[in-house]
Ligand binder design. Structure first.
Ligand code: PDD
Length: 285
């Protein structure tokens, strides 16, 4: 069935939606994106995603021509028009279309595209088994805090994962896990959750922020520090967070079983609390 998508001011059937071949998102990867979850027809923490979008655009000198309220209204309209109950909404803003030249062209108008993707991720069978991750070298650029559409590093890492029967890749730099190819990486020791500090090396995950917001309620403490691949393999539990996986147990890292190959109680509890909040529209604010 054809979706209704949003392109540069118009809601259109997906077959009729077009972007110029000169669009700098296509030519240079000169653009920013966001992915927001939808659960029970409700947007989850959309405002936090839009705040991150504004920051990313600001960091690359891209002037957003849409207000936060306008963007939320477009998200809502897509949910309604596509009768989306569960899934995600992808938003991409690029610097716009102009003849190819590296430096920013003058008076260029940004392009914007939004589309929905229906998927069942709250009750996915993967939660019962957990996922497998494989480690691979982090080949990305130095500003991973910017959610750039330039995703060749993660694409190659995910392909490597797929070829090895895994659902996610954990990116490793100097022996330390930076993050998942499209998720935040966590390990658990007793009642302590461990994930690395925010910096230019990782994307500041909105789901990460949400998990930390209900830390007291969930009865865990947080140790914000780097961890090595060896420490992760030895951990009691491991999991990932993202707008598309929510909170997902990791039960295999490379060929090593974590928590005897079954999802652990800490991860399952965090997922349960996260879902409870997310179903009401979000955890943050
Ligand atoms: N990816 N780290 C990276 C590199 C990511 O691409 C993502 C999200 C995250 C988690 O961020 P959040 O919790 O805000 O979704 C961390 C999205 C889902 C994607 O690229 O599809």
């Amino acid at each position: 069935m054809s979706r209704t998508v949003y392109v540069n001011g118009a809601f259109l059937p997906e077959e009729d939606a077009t972007i110029s071949i000169f669009d700098r998102g296509f030519i240079f990867g000169d653009g920013i994106y966001e992915v927001s979850a939808v659960l029970g027809g409700k947007l989850v923490d959309c405002e936090a995603h839009l705040i991150r979008l504004e920051r990313s655009c600001n960091e690359i000198g891209l002037k957003l021509a849409w207000s936060r309220d306008e963007l939320i209204a477009i998200h809502q309209e897509l949910i309604t028009r596509n009768k989306l109950d569960e899934g995600s909404i992808y938003l991409q803003v690029s610097r716009g279309a102009a003849d190819r030249d590296f430096a920013f062209p003058k008076d260029i108008k940004p392009s914007i595209v939004l589309f929905t993707q229906a998927r069942q991720f709250a009750d996915t069978p993967q939660v019962k088994t957990g996922i497998k991750v494989v480690s691979t070298l982090d080949l990305r650029w130095a500003r991973r805090d910017i959610k750039s559409v330039n995703l060749l590093g993660p694409v190659l890492a995910k392909q490597f994962a797929a070829e090895n029967g895994a659902q996610e890749a954990w990116l490793v730099e100097d022996g330390v896990v930076t993050e998942g190819a499209s998720s935040t990486a966590w390990i658990v020791k007793g009642k302590t959750l461990i994930s690395r500090p925010l910096s230019n090396k990782v994307l500041p995950g909105i789901t990460r922020k949400a998990v930390l917001a209900f830390l007291a309620e969930s009865g865990f403490t947080f140790e914000e520090r780097e961890f090595t691949l060896a420490e992760a393999i030895d951990a009691e539990e491991a999991f990932i967070t993202s707008a598309t996986s929510l909170v997902m147990p990791v039960t295999t890292i490379d060929s090593h079983s974590i928590h005897n190959g079954a999802p652990g109680p800490a991860t399952l509890r965090l997922r349960e609390i996260y879902l409870e909040h997310a179903r009401k529209g979000g955890v943050l604010g």
